[in-house]
Design a protein around this ligand. Structure first.
Ligand code: BGC
Length: 347
């Protein structure tokens, strides 16, 4: 997945136009404020349940959520690959719901909203009949959580695309997400739903985004621009030997993507969340570059009223370093945390 994603980002960013940020910082505008009854601004992705091999016991610990809330974060995003826990009829196992209920309640009780994200179905192919299972799972999830408060949000799909066997372009994606929203709203009319843009939640596809007829919707985009910089030093990306310092040109590339979000919200008035961005925090990139890159994004988001969710809590991009894999105990990476929470400059 990583290499294809990396290639696509590079390819797409090469054709994105527009580099000027003039005007973006001069007119702060709340994009995500109250959504339903919930205010969203700063959050963290808790990666684990999208991959059966990832350590996940930290998700069961109250300390994880109180730790996050104590720093001023207001939401978490919980990636889950529901296919690992559902049967062919889309019924999610009771035992998994028991676990998920506990996680959502722990987060909500700590004051954190939860974006429940159906993550990882990268070869979802509508023309091969996958839509039925996808929609059935969401109906089952909506039914199970219909009495939960607005502190629970549903995010329909993560990083849809047309490679890796998937066939979700903007048109098939719009049809799929429309059907899912209609089904969910029949069961749970007030539920806030987070929808994806095409091409891996690419901000560059916002210009073609056409799912505009529903209320209480948030559009999710991701940006790891430039991928070469943010994803350096990982074996899974085959970038162990890459050593890149952050340059002004890289910041300009990043700004092109961030500006697309502001253009879109100005044009449509829709709410957008940047619910994945981040970089390798494991020591490969200098503290100074990490801080500059991340605080550039969070300063821009603050100036323009954009909500964000950092990828991720405690693994390769982690803002928190656990004592050991899966542990709820550990220490914040203060440099990363400071860049996220105390942005000083988006220039
Ligand atoms: C993927 C992760 C990956 C992250 C950054 C997420 O969408 O699920 O596996 O580490 O993006 O590339």
């Amino acid at each position: 997945m990583g290499l294809i994603k990396r290639f696509l980002f590079a390819l797409t960013c090469a054709v994105v136009t527009g580099s000027c940020l003039a005007g973006c910082s001069s007119s702060p505008k709340p994009i995500l404020g109250d959504v339903g009854e919930v205010t969203l601004s700063k959050g963290i992705n808790l990666s684990a349940l999208e991959d059966k091999n990832k350590p996940s016991s930290y998700l069961n610990k109250e300390e994880t959520y109180t730790n996050i809330a104590s720093k001023g974060f207001d939401h978490i995003r919980l990636p889950v690959d529901f296919r690992n826990y559902a049967n062919d009829e889309g019924e999610v196992k009771k035992s998994f719901y028991r676990r998920l209920d506990k996680i959502i309640n722990l987060a909500n009780n700590a004051g954190l909203a939860v974006m429940l994200d159906f993550h990882g179905w990268y070869d979802l192919n509508v023309s091969k009949g996958d839509a039925k299972l996808f929609l059935d799972i969401w109906k089952d999830v909506a039914e199970h959580y219909k009495d939960y408060s607005n502190l629970l949000l549903f995010e329909l799909i993560n990083e849809p695309h047309t490679t890796e066997g998937g066939d979700l372009n903007m048109s098939t994606l719009t049809a799929l997400q429309t059907a899912a929203i209609e089904n969910i709203r029949e069961i749970s009319p007030e539920r806030t739903v987070v929808v994806a843009t095409a091409e891996w939640n690419g901000p560059w596809t916002l210009k073609n985004f056409n799912l505009t007829e529903f209320d209480n919707i948030i559009v999710a985009v991701h940006s790891y621009e430039p991928m070469d910089f943010t994803h350096q030093g990982f074996a899974w990306m085959e970038t162990e030997d890459v050593k890149l310092e952050l340059t002004d040109e890289m910041i300009e590339e990043l700004d092109k993507q961030l500006k697309l979000i502001v253009d879109f919200t100005n044009r449509t008035g829709m709410k957008v969340v940047l619910n994945e961005f981040g970089l390798n925090t494991g020591g490969h990139i200098s503290d100074e570059d990490m801080h500059r890159y991340l605080s550039h994004i969070t300063a821009f988001a603050e100036e323009n009223g954009i909500a964000w969710t950092y990828w991720e809590y405690n693994a390769g991009f982690g803002v928190f370093e656990p004592d050991h894999l899966g542990s709820a105990k550990g220490e914040w990476r203060e440099n990363v945390l400071d860049a996220l929470l105390n942005p000083t400059d988006s220039e």
